[in-house]
Design a binder for this molecule. Structure first.
Ligand code: ASP
Length: 435
């Protein structure tokens, strides 16, 4: 009796997490449809999962944001390039989230779902004014901000502390190392928590399916289509425009050059994991000088998440529509601001965007149960958004390299085989110069 169970468990543990989550979702829907109202008894498993995700938010944002800021060097040139990259990253991210909101607004993936959450409606009604939101962005007591999970305040304090740590140079190094180690631990913890996702998704999907029936599935498929359309629009439309307008470069040549990195991003769902491939594409096919790519790309991997922001725009609107909550323009602005800032604190690992979605939903007072609906299909969305994240980093690197005269255009415009040859010649020349 026990032996087959053991084998089944081994088999279960050997399949990748995203597949486990999908299985959890399918089984959850099945259980919910079979059990009907009784499926509500499975909800606590999901609530436990949502609680563990919430547990991560404050320390994860705080530590990874400080590490992101301190990863900028303090020499004059680095400062200038850092400043440019930061501006570029924030600008493109806020456009990405606007694209997401627009697609979500037009496609209305959550329309007709009708889930009730009285508490959420009450919270939305009590949302503070823009002025209060702006003034309250600076915490009077950072420890209280951390304790109460005031994420915007935590972000502001973390950025300020990160800048101060860079400015004090060597004195700041021990603290930076501490935060680096804590951030690593938080990434690991996220990994551990995500292992519980299949079960949490099972419980929540069972509850949703039991309560709302099969009609729930159609909207989720609509969410997937909306996120993919948004991602394609942003990459093909917006990035091509930037390359053409800001750098006078041929977009097609760019996309050919980064296709390997895109494939790695799509399959691993991790921009941090795709960094080696991005570095290679930048120097081997795009002709970007390593001096630029070795700084701008890792920075982008840490702070630039256009795809994640876009996805948060679509999914936040989905949740609002599904729960029948009307958003005001202040809410839209808050979503743009929060998602842009949150993208700085999103780690480039699978599933990090889902954790950050809870942050965006909390800030505008949308019900966190919405995360559960999204969790079941998150991996499919993660694959697309990671491709956007990685492409965005490479666009920034190329445009900044061009502006710093560190882009070899002949190399950029060469075909793939020629590019590799030029890269090899450059490498040989560098080595002989060094030797
Ligand atoms: N997986 C994404 C990345 O690595 C982050 C996210 O979950 O949105 O870029």
């Amino acid at each position: 009796m026990l032996a087959p169970l053991g084998r089944l468990w081994k088999l279960w543990m050997s399949i990748p997490l995203w597949l486990q989550i999908l299985v959890g979702m399918v089984l959850g829907i099945g259980a919910g449809l079979a059990l009907g109202d009784q499926a509500t008894y499975l909800k606590p498993i999901g609530t436990l999962f949502v609680n563990t995700i919430k547990m991560l938010i404050v320390p994860l944002v705080f530590c990874s944001l400080i590490v992101g800021v301190t990863s900028m060097q303090d020499t004059a040139r680095m400062g200038r390039i850092g400043f440019k990259s930061f501006g570029f990253y924030l600008g493109t991210t806020s456009i990405a989230i606007s694209v997401g909101l627009l697609v979500g607004y037009i496609m209305k993936p959550g329309a007709g779902v009708h889930i009730t959450a009285e508490h959420a409606v009450a919270k939305v009604q009590q949302a503070p004014s823009v002025m209060d939101t702006l003034i309250n962005i600076v915490p009077t007591n950072p420890v209280a901000a951390l304790a109460n999970g005031q994420i915007l305040q935590v972000i502001v304090f973390a950025v300020a502390l990160g800048i101060a740590l860079v400015l004090i140079g060597d004195h700041g190094k021990p603290a930076v190392r501490l935060f680096e180690s804590l951030a690593e631990a938080m990434y690991k913890l996220t990994d551990m928590v995500m292992k519980g996702a299949p079960y949490g998704v099972f419980g929540l999907m069972a509850w949703v399916a039991g309560e709302y029936g099969i009609e729930m599935l159609m909207p989720l498929i609509k969410v997937i289509i909306a996120v993919y359309i948004g991602c394609i629009l942003h990459v093909v439309g917006f990035y091509s425009l930037i390359l053409k307008v800001f750098a006078g470069l041929c977009p097609l040549q760019f996309f050919k050059g980064i296709s390997n990195a895109m494939a790695v991003a799509f399959t691993t769902s991790s921009s941090a994991g795709s960094l080696p491939a991005s570095m290679k594409c930048a120097s081997e096919y795009l002709g970007v000088n390593k001096k630029i790519s070795s700084f701008v790309l890792p920075l982008g991997t840490t702070i630039n998440m256009d795809g994640t922001a876009l996805y948060q725009g679509v999914t936040a609107l989905f949740v609002a529509q599904a729960f029948g909550i009307d958003l005001t323009w202040v809410d839209y602005l808050t979503i743009i601001l929060t998602a842009t800032l949150a993208s700085i604190g999103t780690a480039g690992v699978p599933g990090a965007g889902l954790v950050m979605l809870t942050l965006v939903l909390t800030t505008v007072g949308l019900p966190l149960e919405g995360v559960a609906l999204i969790a079941g299909i998150d991996r499919i969305l993660d694959m697309a958004r990671t491709v956007v994240n990685v492409s965005g980093d490479l666009v920034a690197t190329t445009v900044i390299a061009k502006s710093e005269n560190e882009l070899d255009e002949e190399h950029y415009n060469a075909d793939m085989e020629q590019s590799v040859l030029i890269a090899e010649q450059n490498e040989a020349a560098e080595n002989s110069a060094a030797g």
